[in-house]
Write a protein that binds this ligand. Sequence first.
Ligand code: B12
Length: 234
Amino acid sequence: MSPVEAQPPLHLSYFDRLLQLDRHGAIKLVERFLLDREGDVAALYAEVLVPALVHTGQQWQEDRISVAHEHYISEVTRDLILRHGPRLWASPEAVHSTAVACCAPNERHVLGLLMAADILRAAGLDVHLLGEGAPPESVGDFVAEVDADVLALSVSLPEHVDDASALIEGARARRPSLLVVAGGRGLAELPDPAARVGADYVTNDLRDLHRELPRLLKRPSPGSSRRDRPPQPS
Ligand code: B12
């Protein structure tokens, strides 16, 4: 029997193609994964794109790849999220709530937020994505302007936790019924991240987010428009 050659994990193959600037090869690899996995974009995120980005960060930190390569890999990955993410919400559950999604002040890591926004849309939320760089006061104004039910916030760097907390406080002052969900590696190490940042729910696992959303959205809260809403047809 001929020895079976071990294949490298898919996220490393993806990383290697991009390291060789083989964008087309990386795109094909992703398409093949989605074909094999019946279009499971959540699995693409969890099993290929996120570990590839984490690996990219390690390689950059160890000086094995340049900053330019790191940017290149994250930009191609952003393209792929924007290309395939909409499959997740091609036939969303009935739209019933509005979310505003943004990064913590000064936070430039936005890819996790894009992925979280896809999950929120798949669960039937109309997501207004503000991305990175929106001033906190304008986020508060916007949340009030669009009568947001949910604020989704991403915090990658620990030094942005205090600003995230202030942003949440400001947004809640404008809209007390707001459900705040947050995630990002900056919250991962905190003992009680939800309490620390003032969110209702914190997770870095997007499958958990999808699972928990219906329960979170039913949560009664003072002044909530959700509370007064008639039951949605299932
Ligand atoms: C790409 C990248 C960048 C890009 C970002 C481009 C972009 N458009 O996003 C650029 C070049 C801008 C960048 C800049 C910097 N970076 Co950088 N970056 C990365 C890298 C390689 C990937 C980030 C990423 O997209 N990860 C994948 C995403 C999907 O993961 P995620 O954000 O954690 O999201 C997941 C969960 O956290 C969760 N989640 C995230 N958001 C939300 C929101 C909600 C609501 C929910 C429910 C869940 C959720 O869901 C996601 C899926 O599981 C990481 C390495 C790594 N380990 O991640 C370093 C990394 C984060 N960067 C790092 C650093 C140091 C920096 C800089 C300070 C470098 C510098 N000296 O300038 C700056 C800081 C800029 C800033 N002010 O924010 C360090 C951080 C170390 C630390 N202190 O924790 C890392 C870890 C690199 C390393 N050392 O390994 N970076």
